[in-house]
Ligand binder design. Structure first.
Ligand SMILES: *[C@@H]1O[C@H](CO)[C@@H](O)[C@H](O)[C@H]1NC(C)=O
Ligand SMILES: *[C@@H]1O[C@H](CO)[C@@H](O)[C@H](O)[C@H]1NC(C)=O
Length: 421
C-alpha cells in the first residue's frame, strides 16, 4: 500500500521560501539580462575583427589623446587576427592623430616579430606616431651571467637553491618602463597625453577598449578590464585587490569576498578596487607625464624579496600612484569595468562575453559566494606581514607602500622562462 504523507506546515513554509527565492533570483537574472542585452548574443562575433583600411569609420569623441603601450613575447596566436586588427580598428575610431603606439618585443621565437613589423608598416601608412621596438634577447643570455655569492647586483637574490638568481619582477618592470620611454620625449616637446593604455596579449575589440576608456565618463585614475584564460576563471590574481586590499578568493564570478567590490561586481557597475591589471588598463596619463618623479614600474627591494616576499609590478604601480599623493577631482579611483571582459584565447573571450551576467555564471555565483563565506576566504597572509615587519625593523627608512600587493612567493628567471622557487 502506498502511503502518502501530508505536507507538514513546516515543509510548506520551506517550499514557499524556496519558491520565493527562485522567483527573486529569476527576476534579478532578467533584470541583469536586460541591463546587458546590448551585447546581443546573436551578433557575428568573428566579424568583430574585420579590419577594412578603406572605409571611413565614425570617430569616437571625448577620449582625448591615448598612448597605447604593449609588450609582446611569443604572442603570434593572439596577434592575428585579433590583437592587430583590434588595434587598427581602435585607431580608426580614435583617429590616427589621437594615438601614439609603443610596442616592445623581446626575443620571441614564433612569428611575433614578423607580424609586428607588418603592423609597423600599416601604422606608417596610416600616419600613426609610434615606436615599435623589436629586440633579439633571450633568457639564456640574461641568466648566463654568473653572479658570485658575495656580490650584490641589483635584481639578483640568493635563493633556496643555494645560488644567486635573477628576479623576474624587476625584469618585467624594466620591460614595461621601456614602453614608456617615448613619454619623456613627448613631455620635452611639450606634447600632452590624456590616457596611457596598456594592452596585454589578449583578444579584445575596438568597442571593448572604447568602453574601457569611457569608464565612469572618464573619471578614473585607472580602469581595468577583467581577464580570462580558462573560460570560467579570471586570470591575473597577482595584481587584483579589492577595496580592502584583499585578494579575490575565487577565480569565478563574482570573484571578490563580501564588500563594496563584490556588490558592484554583482550589479554590473564599475567596481572600486585598490589594484587591478587584468588584461587591459587605462591610466590617467598625468602621473606618468609629470617632471618630478614620473610614475614608473618597479619591484619590491631585493632585501625584501630575498625573504620570500614578492609583489607584482602591476599592483605596486597603483600603490605608488596613491602613495605619491597624486589626486584629481575629475579622475579618481581605481576601477574594474565589468562590462569589458577580455581573454587570452578566443574561447575564453567568447564565453565571458556571452555568459558572465547570464546563465550559468550569474547563477553559479550563488554557490561560489556561499562557499567562500563558509571557508572564510580570503585567508590573511600572516607570514608575509611578519616578514615585512621584520624587514622594516632591520633598517630605518625601510617601507613598502604596496604591502597589500605582497604574497609569499619568489619568481626567478630560468633559461626557457621563469620559475617559482
Ligand atoms: C619578454 O617579456 C615577457 C613579458 O612581456 C617576459 O615574460 C619574458 O620573460 C621576456 N623574455 C625575455 C627573453 O626577456
Ligand atoms: C569623480 O569620482 C569621484 C569618486 O567617486 C567623485 O568624488 C568626484 O566627485 C567625481 N568627479 C567628477 C568631476 O564627477
Amino acid at each position: 500500500m502506498l502511503l502518502r504523507r501530508r505536507t507538514s506546515p513546516h515543509n510548506r513554509l520551506l517550499r514557499r521560501i524556496l519558491f520565493a527565492a527562485i522567483f527573486f533570483l529569476l527576476n534579478a537574472h532578467i533584470f541583469i539580462y536586460f541591463l546587458h542585452h546590448n551585447d546581443s548574443p546573436d551578433e557575428d562575433i568573428a566579424a568583430l575583427w574585420d579590419y577594412n583600411p578603406d572605409i571611413t569609420i565614425p570617430r569616437v569623441h571625448g577620449v582625448g589623446k591615448v598612448f597605447i603601450a604593449a609588450n609582446h613575447w611569443i604572442s603570434g596566436k593572439i596577434l592575428k587576427p585579433f590583437w592587430i586588427n583590434g588595434l587598427l580598428m581602435l585607431i580608426q575610431q580614435l583617429g590616427p592623430e589621437n594615438v601614439f603606439v609603443s610596442i616592445y618585443e623581446n626575443g620571441s621565437w614564433d612569428e611575433t616579430p614578423a607580424m609586428l613589423r607588418e603592423l609597423d608598416r600599416e601604422l606608417e601608412r596610416l600616419g600613426v606616431a609610434r615606436r615599435v621596438l623589436i629586440e633579439a634577447i633571450t633568457h639564456r643570455q640574461q641568466v648566463e651571467e654568473v653572479v658570485k655569492l658575495g656580490d650584490d647586483k641589483p635584481g639578483w637574490v640568493m635563493t633556496a637553491r643555494g645560488r644567486k638568481e635573477l628576479r623576474r619582477i624587476p625584469m618585467l618592470a624594466k620591460l614595461r618602463n621601456r614602453l614608456l620611454e617615448p613619454l619623456d620625449d613627448m613631455r620635452r616637446r611639450g606634447e600632452t597625453v590624456d590616457r596611457v593604455l596598456f594592452l596585454n596579449d589578449v583578444v579584445f575589440t575596438a568597442k571593448d577598449v572604447i568602453r574601457l576608456l569611457k569608464t565612469r565618463g572618464g573619471n578614473y585614475t585607472a580602469a581595468c578590464s577583467m581577464d580570462f584564460n580558462k573560460p570560467q576563471y579570471y586570470y591575473d590574481t597577482f595584481a587584483l585587490r579589492d577595496t580592502n586590499g584583499r585578494e579575490a578568493p575565487t577565480q569565478r564570478f563574482p570573484f571578490f569576498a563580501g564588500g563594496e567590490s563584490r556588490d558592484a561586481m554583482m550589479a554590473g557597475l564599475p567596481v572600486p578596487v585598490k589594484s587591478c591589471w587584468n588584461g587591459m588598463v587605462a591610466f590617467d596619463a598625468a602621473p606618468f607625464m609629470r617632471e618630478q618623479q614620473p610614475l614608473r614600474f618597479r619591484g619590491v627591494e631585493d632585501s625584501l624579496a630575498v625573504t620570500h616576499v614578492e609583489g607584482s609590478e602591476c599592483c605596486l604601480i597603483h600603490a605608488d600612484n596613491a602613495n605619491t599623493g597624486f589626486q584629481s577631482a575629475q579622475r579618481s579611483g581605481v576601477w574594474i569595468n565589468p562590462l569589458v571582459r577580455v581573454g587570452y584565447n578566443f574561447p575564453a573571450y567568447e564565453y565571458q562575453k556571452m555568459h558572465m551576467y547570464r546563465w550559468p555564471e550569474y547563477f553559479t555565483s550563488i554557490p561560489v559566494r556561499i562557499g567562500t563565506s563558509l571557508l572564510g576566504l580570503p585567508w590573511g597572509k600572516k607570514q608575509v606581514v611578519q616578514r615585512v615587519r621584520k624587514w622594516e625593523g632591520e633598517e630605518s627608512g625601510r617601507r613598502e607602500p604596496g604591502d597589500f600587493c605582497l604574497v609569499d612567493e619568489m619568481h626567478v628567471l630560468v633559461e626557457n622562462g621563469w620559475k617559482h622557487v
